[in-house]
Design a protein around this ligand. Structure first.
Ligand SMILES: [Zn+2]
Length: 53
């Protein structure tokens, strides 16, 4: 049995070990990222959409 759980990065969809993933928590969700670059990318995109109100 492989105990290492894999999840997909929210941005690039790459499979990454859950233990090594970075995550961002929202009100009703948790997102996973393979590295800080993907997390930054998502943060920028998020800001963009938030401004468009
Ligand atoms: Zn990624």
């Amino acid at each position: 049995m492989n105990e290492e759980q894999k999840i997909a990065c929210h941005v690039c969809k790459k499979d990454i070990p859950k233990a090594a993933a970075l995550h961002a928590e929202g009100e009703e969700y948790v997102l996973h990222f393979c590295n800080i670059e993907c997390m930054d990318y998502w943060k920028k995109e998020k800001k963009k959409t938030e401004k468009e109100e």
